[in-house]
Design a protein around this ligand. Structure first.
Ligand SMILES: CC(C)(COP(=O)(O)OP(=O)(O)OC[C@H]1O[C@@H](n2cnc3c(N)ncnc32)[C@H](O)[C@@H]1OP(=O)(O)O)[C@@H](O)C(=O)NCCC(=O)NCCS
Ligand SMILES: [Zn+2]
Length: 222
């Protein structure tokens, strides 16, 4: 019995997912940002985009600060893009795998011991599902969507889309990866519940379904 549990722990990745609402952003959070992050922050034109980026950085720094017993500002984050070298790539930190996502009301950060991808999208009722489906969905997924109409169709499409993005974010490929392909073996993908207006998905490299702990970031940010 004990052995079974021990074995399972070896095969299942552990993932912590932290969620915040965009309204939780405060100017004071800027204090903990590094120069690269301050430059990124200053370049956003819309307040909501600034707030989402700031929250992603702040959750990342505070969770890792607590984990590694360091001040949040002392956490070293590398955002180098693997394509062009600019600091807009997948966030990396020593000793942990990370994924940041933001859309609509939500900002989320996933932390794991294995490569992880988190994606949230606000459902866009006006999305041209049939148009995007041709480039983004497998034939089977496209057929499945034909069963839906209106907002239900947009929601179902967004579910597929976030699952795919989560996988591509786990591998670090982003949207350069093949969207129509099914998730490769060895990656566990699951939907996360975030209410009717958004869809979210988590992908993690793991032989078994991961042990996922979902956390509300309200206290962390207060
Ligand atoms: C990564 C990507 C899938 C994000 O999609 P999105 O739904 O628009 O945005 P999300 O909010 O879910 O994710 C953004 C976060 O993903 C992370 N990210 C950026 N590039 C990433 C990549 N290749 N893989 C995984 N995560 C990535 C960043 O942490 C970013 O948040 P931050 O800048 O606030 O820290 C998309 O932007 C993409 O495919 N980018 C890569 C495309 C590429 O290669 N560009 C090269 C430019 S030179
Ligand atoms: Zn780039």
């Amino acid at each position: 019995m004990t052995d079974d549990i021990g074995q399972k722990a070896l095969r299942s990745a552990g993932v912590e997912v932290w969620w915040a609402r965009v309204g939780a952003a405060q100017d004071a959070f800027v204090r903990d940002l590094d120069p690269v992050e301050r430059e990124r922050l200053a370049a956003y034109l819309r307040d909501e985009d600034r707030a989402r980026f700031l929250l992603g950085v702040t959750i990342t720094r505070r969770v890792l600060g607590a984990r590694f017993s360091l001040l949040p500002a002392r956490i070293r984050l590398d955002r180098t893009c693997s394509e062009c070298g600019k600091p807009h790539g997948k966030v990396r930190a020593d000793g942990v795998e990370l994924s940041v996502t933001h859309s609509g009301e939500f900002v989320g950060v996933a932390f794991s011991d294995q490569p992880v991808g988190l994606d949230v999208e606000k459902v866009d009722p006006g999305v041209d599902v049939d148009g995007v489906a041709r480039i983004a969905l497998s034939a089977e997924e496209a057929r499945e969507l034909e069963r839906y109409d209106g907002i239900a169709k947009a929601q179902a499409f967004t579910t597929y889309w976030t699952r795919k993005e989560a996988v591509l974010k786990a591998t670090g490929q982003g949207l350069r990866g093949e969207l129509r392909a099914p998730a490769p073996a060895g990656i566990q993908v699951q939907e996360l519940e975030v209410g009717a207006d958004h869809r979210a998905a988590l992908a993690v490299v793991s032989a078994e379904p991961p042990v996922v702990r979902v956390q509300d970031a309200t206290l962390l940010l207060s």
